[in-house]
Design a binder for this molecule. Structure first.
Ligand code: SF4
Length: 69
């Protein structure tokens, strides 16, 4: 299943640290800036694949911050 963590629009670097710890981050496609989605949420119709090396870097960045991913 494709999930938000693989999407270009999922934006952990613009997300509050407390939400990151639970594996949630902003989606830049959502109208409300505070709207967050789980890394494991099923991808929506606006999904845009992030390159594999960037997904790996994202996972490492999240793990460094003790996020659940
Ligand atoms: S909700 Fe859709 S557009 Fe937003 S991060 Fe997830 S898959 Fe991407």
């Amino acid at each position: 299943m494709t999930t938000c963590i693989d999407c270009q629009h999922w934006n952990p670097k613009a997300t509050d640290t407390n939400m990151l710890h639970f594996g949630f981050a902003r989606c830049d496609k959502k109208p409300l800036p505070g709207h967050t989605l789980s890394a494991k949420a099923e991808a929506c119709e606006q999904f845009a694949q992030l390159e594999a090396d960037k997904v790996q870097a994202r996972v490492a960045w999240l793990k460094d911050r003790k996020a659940i991913v």
